[in-house]
Design a protein around this ligand. Structure first.
Ligand SMILES: [Zn+2]
Length: 511
């Protein structure tokens, strides 16, 4: 048992009665008390060590309530087209990357965003030119569209005559030839191939968790597949799990999870069962989110799962003690998901676990209070707001919507949990808090004078706790996870040590 007194810092407690403290007392991985140095010394025996933190600001460990840690981990070793502003630049980046890629390895990654590319959407022909000898599957920034090469189309058994799958699109040109752009459920087979051919996920997550600790995260709600769950179990068994993981159940594994008796919230502080992840629509950047009014270019986006199908899933999950987290971005999608949750509640009774809406991006005004009244968690990612500002201005101008409306949702009494959706965005929670507070592009300050802001401390609180899945329990449980965040960096023993790493449950920020 080690009792440590941490001093020479400002500890932000998030306790309104005592918002800051000058010292913190920990015992192993638990926080015992926060207060004045003299006060803590006077009332404590057995302090093993006293550590000065050089005037830093320290906050509780932060939890990312929506992240794809397997995708993030895999992206650390794949091509990155995030900074590419034209198709030309993207192709140059691919050519540079494949030049160093060992023979036989597939090409994955990208996170490209063609919304502002002057050449428009890419196709398989230009990809074949820079990557002719290996299959390439390149997800867009939001992951809802894949740009694939001809060799990958062959591996996916997709040709010009393959029909669109339900809830998905195989894009074709004027003469009906598949262009190499796949949308929504048409990307599922590619996701599977990426899982198969991406290398050892356990190794990749071992590296990724250190990156996440380094930006100040001590816990994650991971929305990737069963392979990620297995990898985390391996890390845990080896004593190498250094970040707390609330692991969702993909819809494809729902029956198995029910058979195995998995329930949301089961497990312990390090690895617990999360909600079942379901998709109701696509994404704004891919023009596939489900909107009430059509996009300027036509089309309402896509309904990936119908209301009756969603009701069926929610009822089955509810009866098995599993929460449901439904991806909904468009206003029509959010409206329908709330309708499905209300109907499931009528059929199966109030759930033991809170259901969630993932992203909750564009709401009709009446759905703000409706979401709160249904006791649903709004799981939101503030950096989507600041990344999408210009897209929203272009595509959704003049609509009567509450977009990225965490402040309105909080005022309505809804539970709001914040996350990053990494690797769609960077996982840095400080960027999320900045976006939540300012609602402005960090580089330009655009747009000026937005009125819908939240206070910094409220956003921080949303980032630090996990929403309790169980109604009636305290809404926010503060993680006891450990991590150190330092700007400028100073070494903090344990922060970079995977095995047995139990650094304190506080995150160290810039002085
Ligand atoms: Zn996501």
């Amino acid at each position: 048992m080690t009792r440590t007194l941490w001093i020479d810092a400002t500890f932000r407690t998030l306790d309104p009665d005592r918002p800051t403290a000058a010292a913190l007392l920990t015992e192993d991985e638990h926080v015992l008390a926060a207060g004045d140095v003299a006060e803590l010394r006077a009332h404590t025996t057995g302090i093993t060590s006293t550590i000065g933190l050089g005037g830093a600001t320290v906050t509780p460990g932060l939890v990312d309530a929506h992240i794809h840690t397997a995708g993030y981990a895999r992206d650390l070793t794949t091509v990155d087209m995030r900074g590419c502003t034209t198709q030309r630049e993207a192709l140059a980046e691919i050519a540079r990357f494949v030049a160093g890629l060992e023979p036989g390895r597939w090409l994955f990654g990208g996170r490209w965003d063609a919304n502002d590319w002057p050449e428009g959407l890419p196709d398989r022909d230009i990809l074949d030119r820079v990557c002719p000898d290996r299959p390439a599957i390149l997800p867009s920034i939001d992951g809802h569209t894949h740009w694939v090469s001809s060799l990958a189309l062959q591996q996916l058994s997709i040709d010009d005559h393959t029909p669109d799958p339900p809830g998905g699109t195989i894009e074709r040109d004027a003469v009906g030839r598949a262009t190499g752009i796949l949308r929504e459920s048409a990307t599922l087979a590619g996701e599977h191939l990426m899982t198969l051919h991406s290398g050892d996920l356990t190794d990749q997550l071992r590296v990724a968790q250190q990156r996440l600790l380094a930006v100040g995260l001590t816990g994650v709600h991971c929305f990737d597949g069963e392979d990620a769950r297995a990898a985390y179990e391996t890390l845990r068994a080896a004593g190498e799990l250094a970040i707390r993981v609330h692991k969702s159940v993909p819809l494809t594994a729902l029956d198995q999870a029910i058979d195995e008796g998995r329930r949301t919230g089961d497990g312990d502080a390090w690895l617990s069962t999360g909600p079942v992840k379901v998709f109701s629509d696509g994404a704004l950047g891919s023009h596939t989110c489900h909107m009430g009014e059509p996009f300027p270019g036509g089309g309402h986006g896509m309904e990936v799962m119908s209301v009756p199908d969603l009701v069926d899933v929610v009822v089955r999950a509810t009866r098995a003690g599993l929460g449901v987290a439904t991806h909904a971005i468009g206003d029509e999608a959010n409206h329908r998901v709330l309708t499905a949750y209300a109907e499931a509640r009528r059929l199966a009774g109030p759930p033991d676990v809170r259901h969630r809406v993932e992203h909750t991006q564009h709401l009709r005004p009446g759905d703000v209070a409706r979401l709160a009244a249904l006791d649903v968690v709004a799981s939101m990612q503030p950096t989507h707001c600041t990344s999408d500002i210009r897209l929203v201005e272009r595509l959704l101008a003049g609509r009567d919507l509450r977009s990225y409306a965490w402040a309105s949702l909080l005022r309505a009494g809804a539970l709001v949990a914040l996350g990053s959706d990494a690797p769609v965005e960077e996982p840095d929670p400080m960027a999320g808090i900045q976006a939540a507070v300012t609602r402005q592009e960090p580089e330009t300050g655009h747009p000026q004078g937005d009125s819908s802001r939240t206070r910094d401390s409220r956003s921080t609180r949303r980032c630090t706790g996990s929403p309790s899945p169980r109604p009636g329990r305290p809404v926010w449980r503060h993680p006891r996870g450990r991590c150190a965040r330092e700007r400028p960096p100073i070494s903090w023993p344990g922060a970079e040590t995977p095995g047995g790493c139990r650094p304190p449950s506080w995150v160290r920020c810039a002085p």
